[in-house]
Design a protein around this ligand. Sequence first.
Ligand code: OGA
Ligand code: MN
Length: 199
Amino acid sequence: MVLNEKYEFLINGLIEDEFGMLEEFFPRELLLNLRSNAEQYYQLGLMAPAGIGRKFSYEKNAKVRGDLIRWIDNNSDDQYEKAFLESVHDFISYLNQSCYTGINDFEFHYAFYDEGSFYRRHKDQFNNDFGRKFSLVSYLNEDWKSADGGQLVVYTQQSSKKIEPRLGTTVFFRSDVTEHEVLLSHAPRFSIAGWLKKV
Ligand code: OGA
Ligand code: MN
């Protein structure tokens, strides 16, 4: 698939099924390099529990989500992060041109779910900040097995769909309406999650 076909596929998925999913959105090589970035950040102690200093205490937060995150600087000098963000930017241009979505900002973070971690059912848009319009999650796990758990469950009007967090798989859905959760992971699980925003 050429890039525009990939974009169309994700967008049509969102329009028709409430979420788009593609198994090879970003190049495999890029994702492997982002995976090693994330592993290095983790080993250097540079990933931290999400949401601290916001509304929740760490204890309360840990009951909802157990992942560690690191935000990607939108002006990062890292060649792989740069390439990733450029791809995101290209997708946003396509989305804005084809759907008049008016996206003008984005934010992405690496996430690490250690064994025993999960993220309870939620929506991504905050109650007091409507900036997040679309969620885009990509997985960085080679050789993931169903028994490893950690599936993303996307809840739609009609049903729900379980998605394995395998390297290359990318999921796209609306941040304000689409509920989803990360099931208990039985293996170290890395992802990049982010939001296309209108601010
Ligand atoms: C999130 C999220 C899903 C995942 O960070 O809001 O839902 O599979 N992540 O990492
Ligand atoms: Mn989420």
